[in-house]
Design a protein. Structure first.
Length: 239
């Protein structure tokens, strides 16, 4: 069976227009993700690489890089289109029934830990889960330290009765994690909503049996703003 690395790259973006193809450390941003997919292919964890996009420039980059380019229709390239709908369209467009595992990668993530794709796919296979997603520790932005500031400046806890849950040292906070955008791996059955007993919703394509892998804080950079772009360029230039 085949593991597909599928790179999702819309041409537009409200937060940072053209973020997927604009230069990051001297190269189009998407090329850093293509590099990560190619590295996984060299270890034979990934067998095929494709890029789904509505942008002509991004399609050109994919072809020049020697990977498949899937033309995404406009209704799947809007800012309201779902990731899983775009992924299903791409898988069907490739017309390859041997694809049973899909590694979803975002083109606006130029920095990932080495071996991340391999770790995620290996966990999916070993655990026989429906999906694996990468996470990062939330650090000082912990939900226990979330408050609500009212119109008159009054402060109250987001949840519960005690502000900060009574915790004032970071090391005393319980572990909490957020998806970091580094990688998502799903089985074909999960992506196509064929897993029994999964409630409908925007995350139904993760299936029932979900697993996570934890990356070091700050080891994934997901570009959504100009500040993210500056951070990514600084890190890549140091490398």
């Amino acid at each position: 069976m085949t593991t597909l690395a599928l790179i999702l790259a819309r041409a537009g973006s409200k937060g940072l227009p053209g973020k997927n193809w604009r230069p990051v450390a001297g190269r189009p941003c998407v090329l850093w993700t293509i590099d990560a997919a190619n590295e996984a292919a060299r270890t034979e964890i990934v067998h095929r690489i494709a890029l789904s996009t509505d942008g002509a420039e991004l399609q050109k980059i994919a072809v020049e890089a020697g990977i498949d380019a899937v033309s995404r229709p406009p209704d799947l390239a809007s800012d309201t289109a779902t990731i899983d709908a775009a992924a299903r369209h791409a898988v069907l467009s490739l017309n390859d029934d041997s694809i049973d595992t899909i590694v979803i990668l975002y083109a606006n993530v130029p920095i990932r830990p080495a071996g991340l794709i391999e770790r995620a796919v290996s966990l999916l296979r070993e655990s026989r889960a429906d999906s694996v997603q990468s996470y990062a520790p939330v650090g000082k932005h912990h939900p226990w330290w979330t408050a609500v500031v009212g119109e008159r400046g009054e402060v109250k806890p987001w949840q519960g009765d005690a502000l900060n849950h009574g915790v004032f040292r970071r090391q005393d906070l319980p572990p909490a994690h957020l998806p970091d955008g580094g990688v998502t791996v799903v089985t074909r059955r999960a992506l196509f909503l064929e897993i029994d007993g999964v409630p409908p919703g925007p995350h139904a394509f993760f299936g029932r049996e979900r697993r996570g892998i934890v990356n070091p804080e700050g080891s994934v950079v997901d570009i959504d703003s100009h500040t993210d772009l500056l951070v990514a360029e600084a890190i890549l230039e140091q490398r």
